[in-house]
Design a protein around this ligand. Structure first.
Ligand code: C2E
Ligand code: CA
Ligand code: CA
Ligand code: CA
Length: 281
């Protein structure tokens, strides 16, 4: 009990005070970050494990804060979700990523079938005008809807599953692909998979990067891949960092991979350089 008392005491340190101040500052600054053009979209390649070539990119937002420097989305996305600012951030990322894909197509640095994946928060997902937002970002740029993949978490579906059902059916009608992000870390129930038109399962990196790989962990990964395939879905492994992991996932029949082994998320300019080297793994 003594040691507990001691650690409780830490709650009131100067460090924590500064943390709280920082949070308030983030919240305030976040409100103006879009108009001040402080956000940047980075792109991380998604590789087809059968061809070893880049088949798409995930758009990941970055915040270049004027005094704090680069702020990780891990820090500001939760703040943005709490304040409701996430809807406008996600909308901005969606538009920016769509324009970028178009741009790369026009420059002929990518093939016509290369896709873009965009993260949608629960908040945006529960907006009644979501389809309008997507429509504006996507169709006006005249991209093939099959090249757009939306990544949502299991909780985004389950937290408002009736609204989600309607939205997801409409997305399916437009041929927009749907990925379940961080699969395996959310709900224990899989029943939503037969109710919703999910196309892709993204195996969470905690499975891929288990500190000590063991038969049980491999079994879990293999089960998710098989689940995807028996339900006419594809599987993506996130967080591939070593050639050994890549080889293992290929053996398990995983369709796509993403991770530092291939590339970290990069600014658009650096993606063009990467593509110029015609990478293949
Ligand atoms: P996520 O959607 O699961 O994205 C994957 C995260 O894993 C990214 O972190 C990526 O940089 C990182 N990653 C990729 N490969 C590796 C690897 O090999 N090893 C390790 N250790 N990490 C790897 P990032 O960019 O910091 O984003 C963190 C989270 O923030 C994302 O997780 C997503 O939940 C959220 N996020 C990022 N951009 C957006 C956005 O535009 N909208 C929304 N709503 N959320 C976003
Ligand atoms: Ca994601
Ligand atoms: Ca993920
Ligand atoms: Ca995540």
């Amino acid at each position: 009990a003594k040691s507990q008392g001691k650690s409780r005491y830490c709650v009131f340190t100067y460090d924590m005070y500064q943390q709280a101040i920082k949070l308030l500052q983030l919240e305030n600054d976040l409100k103006r970050a879009i108009e001040r053009q402080e956000f940047i979209v980075y792109y991380q390649p998604i590789v087809s494990l059968s061809t070893g070539r880049i088949s798409g990119f995930e758009a990941l937002v970055r915040w270049q804060h004027p005094s704090l420097g680069m702020v990780s989305p891990v820090e500001f996305i939760p703040v943005a979700e709490e304040t409701g600012l996430i809807a406008s951030i996600d909308t901005w990322v969606l538009k920016t990523a769509c324009r970028q894909l178009r741009n790369w197509q026009e420059q002929k640095v990518i093939d016509e079938d290369v896709s873009i994946s965009v993260n949608l928060s629960v908040r945006l997902f529960s907006q009644p005008n979501l389809l309008e937002i997507i429509d504006q970002a996507w169709r006006k740029i005249q991209l093939n809807p099959q090249n757009l993949k939306l990544e949502i978490t299991e909780s985004a579906i389950m937290d408002n599953s009736e609204a989600a059902a309607v939205i997801l059916q409409q997305l399916r009608k437009c041929q927009i692909q749907l990925s379940i992000d961080d699969f395996g870390t959310g709900y224990s129930s899989l029943s939503y998979l037969h109710r919703f038109p999910v196309n892709i399962l993204k195996i969470d990196q905690s499975f891929i990067n288990a500190v000590e790989p063991n038969p049980r962990n491999t079994g879990l990964i293999s089960t998710i891949i098989n689940l995807a395939h028996t339900s006419e879905m594809k599987a993506i492994a996130e967080g591939i960092e070593t050639p050994e992991k890549l080889a293992q996932l290929r053996d398990l029949g995983c369709d796509f991979g993403q991770g530092y082994l291939f590339s970290k998320p990069l600014a658009a300019k650096s993606i063009v350089d990467l593509l110029a080297s015609a990478p293949q793994w």
